[in-house]
Design a binder for this molecule. Structure first.
Ligand SMILES: Cc1cc2nc3c(=O)[nH]c(=O)nc-3n(C[C@H](O)[C@H](O)[C@H](O)COP(=O)(O)OP(=O)(O)OC[C@H]3O[C@@H](n4cnc5c(N)ncnc54)[C@H](O)[C@@H]3O)c2cc1C
Length: 433
């Protein structure tokens, strides 16, 4: 290995102690002007290269590393099916169960085999690895984990007893139904009603954009009960419950491996025992959403990293004007811009994850990083799309799928603008909502 090591690798190395792409895997921008990337070798070494990046080895404990590596193996093995799964809106049932068996579902919320839950950094590490495969798959895990989180925080012993094990094993799939046709960013506008009738509750209303909705076995529905100053309570509703109708939003153009749905509740009768006893409204819901945002800001960096790798390999192998694209300064500065965004986004994610270990994170910090990472990842993936030229819009090259997913992440889990308003309010003490 010459002193003039791979420039991308050096940047990662100096920022994070580890190189994503060491010289054994690819050579870019050496003194000799060698721009040779062995795509086959590189893709064969992909797992090792990804495992080595960004100082994860120092940041993660052994149990988390084991789960993360297994997740990377699973999503990498599944990736060849991803284009078709996305185009057909097909939920990867088998992969979801395998992720459960790998300990990736609710990993930092529920212990397994008599051991405590994994560290909080595991959530970020796992979601990063999952979205390295696909953002829709990560979205499926995000909402599933939100339901697990709501059960752990606000559920009864009987509810936890009944649901946690099948949820963490991936035997059942769950959905988190908050958004409504007239309540998006402004969740105070929720109109779905729960009316008490003897020992039961009757739920009526509409939910929209519910990830996993068409596939879910269990849906957590948030509804107004009229208790304590317009409380919003959570109800665990099983899919076969009469009056519950779920229609896929088949025209959705993002996150298609975790199909989204419109939910109609027409006098859905559930027992009082289906209500989460300890969740009362927006503060409690927001605690679930902050967890959810940590999964988003981590996941998008995994997708961005995958697209950076794809663009790098492509630029080394695509010859135009008799030379590889990678030899062009404009392409190199694009790759540098992409690398910078990925590296800094991952560092912000790791920093936040480690602080999360100590205490609940301030909303300001989560909003700032969610906003930054989603915008940065979107830029990275757009640059990768451009480097691949026409192939950038071919699903078989993966980048367009990540790009479409990133567009949704930009607005999902709180939009870019709303997180800007949260940060702005904190800075100025002026409410601009
Ligand atoms: C793929 C996908 C999956 C989803 N999955 C789920 C799920 O599982 N469960 C669930 O409950 N929800 C889910 N959602 C819904 C998501 O949380 C909402 O889309 C999001 O909260 C934004 O709401 P909205 O789409 O109604 O946009 P709106 O709130 O209508 O906003 C539209 C635009 O106006 C801007 N805006 C709004 N208010 C202001 C303001 N005060 N000042 C300036 N600009 C403003 C927004 O930033 C945005 O740009 C999902 C959405 C998508 C796209």
């Amino acid at each position: 290995m010459s002193h003039n090591t791979n420039s991308l690798a050096s940047l990662f190395s100096s920022l994070t102690n580890e190189a994503i792409l060491d010289d054994a895997h690819c050579q870019v921008a050496t003194d000799e002007g060698i721009h040779k990337i062995d795509a086959e070798q590189q893709s064969g070494d992909r797992l090792a290269a990804v495992a080595a990046f960004a100082g994860w080895d120092q940041a993660l404990d052994a149990d988390t590393q084991t789960v993360r590596r297994r997740v990377l193996e699973l999503v990498t093995a599944w990736e060849p099916e991803a284009a078709a799964a996305f185009q057909n809106g097909r939920f990867p049932n088998e992969l979801f169960r395998q992720l459960g068996a790998a300990g990736a579902l609710g990993a930092a919320l529920v212990g397994r085999n008599g051991r405590p839950p994994l560290a909080k950094t595991a959530v970020c590490a796992i979601m990063h690895a999952v979205e390295y495969g696909d953002g829709g798959l990560r979205c499926a895990l995000t909402v599933h984990d939100s339901v697990i989180q709501a059960l752990v925080r606000y559920g009864s012993d009987a509810q936890r007893q009944r649901w946690l094990e099948p949820l963490i094993q991936g035997e059942i799939v769950s959905a988190f139904a908050l958004t409504e046709p007239n309540a998006g960013s402004d969740i105070r506008a929720i109109a779905t009603k729960a009316t008490r009738q003897g020992d039961d509750w009757l739920l009526s209303g509409h939910k929209s954009w519910i990830t996993n909705g068409p596939r879910a076995d269990l849906i957590l529905i948030w509804a107004r009960t009229g208790e304590r100053n317009e409380a919003i309570r959570g109800f665990l509703v099983e899919k076969e419950t009469p009056g519950l109708h779920i229609e896929p939003i088949a025209s959705a153009g993002a996150m298609r491996v975790a199909p989204v749905g419109r939910v109609t509740l027409d006098q859905v009768r559930v027992p009082h025992s289906a209500m989460l006893p300890h969740a009362w409204g927006l503060t409690d819901i927001n605690a679930c959403l902050d967890y959810n945002r940590m999964t988003v800001l981590s996941g998008v960096m995994g997708g961005a990293r995958r697209c950076l790798e794809i663009a790098l390999v492509y630029a080394g192998n695509r010859y135009q004007f008799d030379v590889p694209l990678a030899s062009k300064q404009l392409i190199q500065t694009s790759l540098a811009d992409m690398t910078e965004r990925v590296a800094l986004g991952e560092l912000a994610m790791l920093h936040l994850a480690q602080r999360w270990e100590q205490a609940a994170l301030p909303r300001f910090d989560v909003s700032l990083t969610k906003r930054h990472n989603c915008a940065a990842a979107l830029e990275v993936v757009r640059m990768a799309r451009s480097i691949l030229g026409a192939n950038g819009v071919d699903f078989n090259h993966h980048v367009i799928r990540h790009l479409l997913n990133m567009e949704a992440s930009y607005s999902y889990g709180g939009t870019h603008e709303i997180h800007g308003l949260i940060v702005g309010k904190e800075l100025t003490r002026e409410n601009a909502f």
